[in-house]
Design a protein around this ligand. Structure first.
Ligand code: ZN
Ligand code: ZN
Length: 111
């Protein structure tokens, strides 16, 4: 089973929150940062990403706004695949899933 994908949303109170990619928009919820009732106003498409360029290695981890978590994921991967050393990297890039979702929502005028 594949883990549910999470992406980063921007809230009306200008904080960010990590929620499932298929979350329903328009329902007010309580912001995890400032605890005010808020709604989603945008998607933050840039995220930290750990990846491995070794041959056909499929390792990859999106870690939201945390560079630390990306570094940790990379370190864990090297522990399991020591010969991939030098091929593992972290980067701050657009998450293609988030870009796709933002596009969808804009096309259907939900954002
Ligand atoms: Zn807030
Ligand atoms: Zn690898």
């Amino acid at each position: 089973m594949r883990a549910k994908k999470f992406i980063i949303y921007v809230t009306k109170c200008e904080h960010t929150t990590r929620l499932p990619i298929d979350v329903q928009l328009g329902h007010p919820f309580s912001c995890l940062v400032c605890h005010k009732p808020t709604t989603i106003t945008d998607i933050h498409t840039f995220e930290w990403h750990a990846k491995c360029n070794y041959r056909r290695c499929h390792f990859g981890a999106w870690t939201g706004l945390s560079q630390d978590l990306a570094e940790q994921a990379a370190t864990r991967h090297l522990r399991n695949a020591a010969n991939h050393d030098g091929q593992v990297m972290t980067e701050y890039v657009q998450n293609p899933e988030a870009v796709k979702r933002l596009d969808q929502l804009k096309r259907s005028h939900l954002l």
